[in-house]
Design a protein around this ligand. Sequence first.
Ligand code: WTA
Length: 648
Amino acid sequence: MPNKTTSSASLGEKVSPSSEFKKQATVKSMAEYKRLYAESVSDPEKFWNAQAKELLFWRKPWKQTLEWKEPQAKWFVGGKLNVCENCVDRHVGTPRENKAALIFEGEPGDQQTLTYKQLHVEVCKFANVLESRGIKKGDRIAIYMPMTCEAVVAMLASARIGAIHTVIFGGFSSESIKDRVNDCQAKLVVTADGGWRRGSVVDLKMHVNRAIQDCPTVETVVVVKRIGNTRVSMKTGRDYWYHTVMEGASHKHTAKAFDAETPLFILYTSGSTGKPKGVLHTSGGYLLGTTMTSKYVFDLKDSDTYWCTADIGWITGHSYVTYGILSNGATNLIYEGAPNYPDVNRFWDIVERHRVTIFYTAPTAIRAFMKWGDHHVKKHDLSSLRLLGSVGEPINPEAWKWYYKTIGGGRCPIVDTWWQTETGAIMITTLPGAAYSKPGSAGLPFFGVVPKVFNDAGEEVKKGESGKLVLTQPWPSMLRGLYGDRKRYKETYWSEYKGIYFCGDGCRQDKDGYFWIVGRIDDVLNVSGHRIGTAEVESALVSHGAVAESAVVGRPHELKGSAVVCFVTLKEGVEPTDELRRELREHVGEEIGAIAKPDEVRFAPALPKTRSGKIMRRLLKDIAAGREIAQDTTTLEDLNVVKALQKG
Ligand code: WTA
């Protein structure tokens, strides 16, 4: 007997799309999904070859679809294209040219719309500006910007001239900017005189000024006048106002064709050890992955107004604000500010005013809206919405159901999308017109993706059992490496199981083939949908003069997913005071950024270690969560340490 399937009113374990949605969807049935999926994995090269021809504009065809020398993939070898031309130029001269490409809303309420034709002009001008500052193919440029049209223009202009951008999230500190700029040796930085966040000014230029005192490779800083900040200090001969250099720039720029494997961007993301690693993506494969998933997963149509709430500082902002969405010629809304400014209904106000049809956000935001109460939502007409998306962390069924009923009015399918900075594009989800959803499960593999759940010995576990999530086939939008660190690339992703990509997540697959992501099983925390390495927070803490040693773990948190809990031992003679606690929180904020600030700092006389000197993290996790200690403590060097920690 088939399992119970529900459409809207009473939510059972399966929720199917309505027949109206199915009828208009790109993929209309499970049978169609299964047929396409089978094609995509039985002869992947044939499949990707056809998709690349259909979805992208190439200047020169490729000779070979995939060259796979594990763990190094090259896709569309010998093919040439220009990523920016695909996202912008190809819509100009078509009926799309006068439709809005970007609709910007600033936190204070100011608005700007750029049609594809206007976006083309801006991008050409900025490409000329970059070239006039000596930026060439392969040079790195850093973008540290609020969510504005200029930020997207900067990314596209970089792509247009074959430069490599690294976008640094506007919430990161000067120290983080410095590390990233120096790691990739950026020659130019694009920033703004500030941005708005919850009514306050984020002083971006000041952070850049501090950071690049120690960045010898930076020759030019281009500054967008966003807020009219009079305190901004500009250095003659290095710093230029965006509006001034744009004024003199030609709007004509010929896009060159670049090899499909030309690096497109580096995006730094946290790992389980050391400093953030620079995930490298290249052009053809990445653009294909993001274009195709945008089209199928978001069911994008020319009539849609799409809004993804992610900042361009994260991979979601790269793939599903800039590249995948614009490549499809869609109308893309971007919003600068906080979801609760001036009031907690800001998002719904935006959806109503702009008649947003597709809305993509993170579970942490959904849980916050739930807590703030339905009445803030009910004030708004959200009938324009037709599809909802979720990304960044597992969505708990309760939040899923609230999202479905209260935001989607029981009418909109939800695509829960599992993927990573490294995968470049969505890997697991339910195609909205084809498959039913199960609240809490990301769903089924996207075309060409072959996920499996392995045990430690590298065998596939039985359905229903938990294990480690791996991807067994190369895919076009996969990372090509970690910038400047081949060894770390291999060790991080390809050494757990030989020749197979391990993503760092725990998972189980149910009898229907649906994947349920359990969360990170390495030393990476997912705090409000953002990856934070415990090692990074630990090294930030020990860089403070009072700290001798630290261990950082996550504790389940109702809104944030994970809270950051730090166990700290102090240097001889330092007093453990509340004042010091506050100081350490601020210190981590300055070293990394506000998102990494500890929720709790616990002082301890010593940390629990094995006889071989390894910190026993599982035990600390149990202590942080107030759970009973599950771990065998016989290897513990000193049992008294645990007693002291539990008391503290
Ligand atoms: C987690 C964000 C469950 C996961 C696109 C992954 C998710 C990490 C989901 C990547 C989801 C992302 N369900 N977990 N739908 N989406 N994750 O690189 O732990 O910032 O490994 O990329 O987020 O985070 P990243």
